[in-house]
Ligand binder design. Sequence first.
Ligand code: HEC
Ligand code: HEC
Length: 193
Amino acid sequence: MSVVKRASVAALLAPLLVFATGYAESRPLEERAAECVACHGPGGSSSTPGVPSISGQPQFFIINQLILMREGVRPVAAMADVLKGLKDEEAVALAERFSSTPIVRSDETADPALVKRGAELAVKMRCASCHMPGYEGSEQMPRLSGQRIDYMIDALKAYRDDKRPGADTAMTAVVYGASDADLAALAHYTATK
Ligand code: HEC
Ligand code: HEC
């Protein structure tokens, strides 16, 4: 290949290369966050069944989960695309944004009988010892207060059935052998705290 030809190939590729490296850089936070709220709801408070609220979660919990999901330790098919190329510093910035946005409770109806039963179980099972007395979470422990009930029921069953892998196995031990009815009661209670 002649020098001239090589130069023209480079010239032709230049815009693509700029695009490629540009993409490997951190993307604007606004652009990233817009993708998140498309599923997680305005400000990160979800009104979609099965999609958790991420607003008001401890910053560390969000960072932790984003890295676990990006690395495939906690596989979440729905988020595979948005996690592609997510940099650690972007995860930190997104977590800061959503953790500092107050959670808006979903419009799910809590069943008073389940709330009452859940309150008794939560004392016995010492949920607040890790999730904090107001269930607002702390460090790697997520907020349960205000979280979607349907999502928490699914999450608790997944822990019990050993289907939610992660860095922390505390929850699998906590809900070992619990019935579906007890898990529902715990979700109804903690969500309404
Ligand atoms: C296409 C929809 C979709 C998009 C886009 C999306 N998520 Fe998610 N996300 C989900 C679903 C569904 C789950 C719950 C997965 C499960 O059931 O375990 C989830 C879970 C999470 C969790 C774990 C929450 C918890 O309580 O365990 C975090 C944190 C999270 N997403 C943050 C984000 C951020 C930040 C973005 C933007 C970069 C984002 N998500 C974009 C659908 C989405
Ligand atoms: C020993 C500490 C500990 C105790 C006790 C505990 N938890 Fe957890 N819980 C955690 C940690 C840590 C996580 C995050 C684990 C992970 O990375 O998946 C978690 C996650 C959860 C989640 C998933 C929330 C989400 O947004 O994904 C729910 C729901 C939950 N706990 C409910 C409970 C309930 C109800 C109890 C009492 C029956 C309880 N926890 C007791 C430490 C604890």
